[in-house]
Design a protein around this ligand. Structure first.
Ligand SMILES: C[S@@+](CC[C@H](N)C(=O)[O-])C[C@H]1O[C@@H](n2cnc3c(N)ncnc32)[C@H](O)[C@@H]1O
Length: 283
């Protein structure tokens, strides 16, 4: 823990997060311009379409069954994990957009991983096999892993429970390295790794390169206008700052924050920091 952090954590939360935002801005300004081609992104998606999808009861029954099954693994949520409402939204989005392959950046305790895997499995057909890749700088499946320490199933145990180990790959590597090296393309990409603006600014264009035509990219920790959304005053400004710079530089994408979900999320609210990246074209 360095001295700056020691000072920062003693400050009132609004000032603490404001300073972090400014630091993010400065570090982002030092990154060279990156080309960004959003042509693979899904078109014709509006906030209304997403809202209607999330409030519909189409997936309610299968969700309840899935949730009960995940609970038998002693849950899927650790500190900094995607929460209940957000996992439910991710599940529905993958089901609705009929994704057959997905990439996740940020495995952590495998909370979002297992929900994504379950949705891919439900979408699979004899003609189209599912495929999941999840990337983290840390090996999250060791005996010393966070999941183990929390007393919940490791990410690998979770996906084994769903019979998905043959088609799920764990990669231990920084996302930028993996995205630069891989030749694979995906229908659905979820970015929940390093949230620094300087990283997301490079990660989003790299993810767009690995997206199948008509694919979906979801961001976590997207705080619109860099403003706090919860009672803890926390702001993770990186994804918003990165997206704003790419848009300013002419990238034709739009960000749709999911806003409020029909289910509980965190700190007694229904607010989510999930956001969908879509093409600006509505056709
Ligand atoms: C917020 S957690 C992800 C939570 C996870 N999606 C869940 O629901 O349990 C962020 C994770 O990203 C990983 N991470 C941080 N920087 C990364 C990077 N550059 N590339 C890949 N993973 C990274 C961290 O080790 C951490 O496990």
């Amino acid at each position: 823990m360095n001295l700056n952090y020691q000072i920062l954590r003693r400050l009132p939360p609004p000032l603490h997060f404001w300073l972090l935002k400014q630091s993010n801005r400065i570090k982002l300004s030092r990154v060279e311009r990156v080309p960004c081609d959003p042509s693979a992104l899904i078109k014709g998606v509006t906030p209304e379409l997403i809202r209607n999808l999330l409030v519909s009861s189409t997936y309610d029954a299968e969700w309840e069954t899935l949730h009960a099954e995940i609970e038998t693994l002693k849950g899927a949520i650790g500190p900094s994990s995607v929460n209940y409402g957000e996992n439910r939204a991710l599940y529905i989005l993958i089901r609705h957009f009929n994704a057959h392959s997905a990439l996740e950046v940020g495995t952590h305790v495998g909370g979002s991983t297992v929900h994504m895997v379950a949705a891919l499995k439900a979408n699979s057909t004899p003609e189209r096999a599912p495929r999941m890749v999840t990337v983290d700088i840390v090996d999250q499946n060791t005996p010393a892993s966070l999941a183990r320490r929390l007393g919940i199933a490791t990410p690998l145990e979770k996906i084994e429970h769903f019979g998905a180990s043959d088609w799920t790959q764990f990669i231990q590597q920084p996302s930028l390295g993996y995205l630069a090296e891989t030749k694979e393309k995906f229908d659905f990409i979820f970015l929940d790794g390093d949230h620094a603006a300087s990283v997301v600014y490079r990660e989003l264009p790299a993810a767009l390169e690995r997206l199948n035509p008509g694919g979906v990219i979801m961001l976590h920790d997207y705080y619109p206008d860099g403003k706090a959304l919860f009672s803890d005053h926390k702001i993770t400004a990186g994804p918003w700052l990165a997206a704003k710079r790419l848009q300013r530089e002419g990238a034709q994408f739009r960000i749709i924050p999911l806003g409020s979900l029909p289910w509980p999320t965190k700190l007694g609210s229904t607010t989510t920091v999930l956001a969908m990246v879509v093409h600006t074209s509505l056709q």
